[in-house]
Design a binder for this molecule. Structure first.
Ligand SMILES: [Zn+2]
Length: 78
């Protein structure tokens, strides 16, 4: 089983917020689409997972160019 970065962040968020005034804070995350540069067909393609092969040519030499970052969009404290 693979723990995604998102799960790890959600867990940390839980631990940090527990017992704090922001205990009921809601963590809202959005997934950014992954982008990668393919070395075989030299196109920039959308990938779901960084280990996916190129959807255009099936090549495995992909260089992620984005989508790996995470942004916290909003934080609500009630
Ligand atoms: Zn390709």
């Amino acid at each position: 089983m693979r723990v995604s970065k998102k799960d790890a962040l959600a867990f940390c968020f839980d631990v940090v917020m527990r017992g704090s005034p922001a205990e009921s804070a809601v963590l809202e995350m959005i997934d950014l689409p992954g982008r990668a540069q393919c070395f075989d067909c030299l196109r920039e393609v959308d990938i779901v997972d960084r280990l996916d092969p190129c959807p255009l040519c099936g090549g495995n030499r992909l260089l992620p160019v984005g989508g790996d970052e995470m942004r916290i969009k909003d934080m609500e404290v009630s």
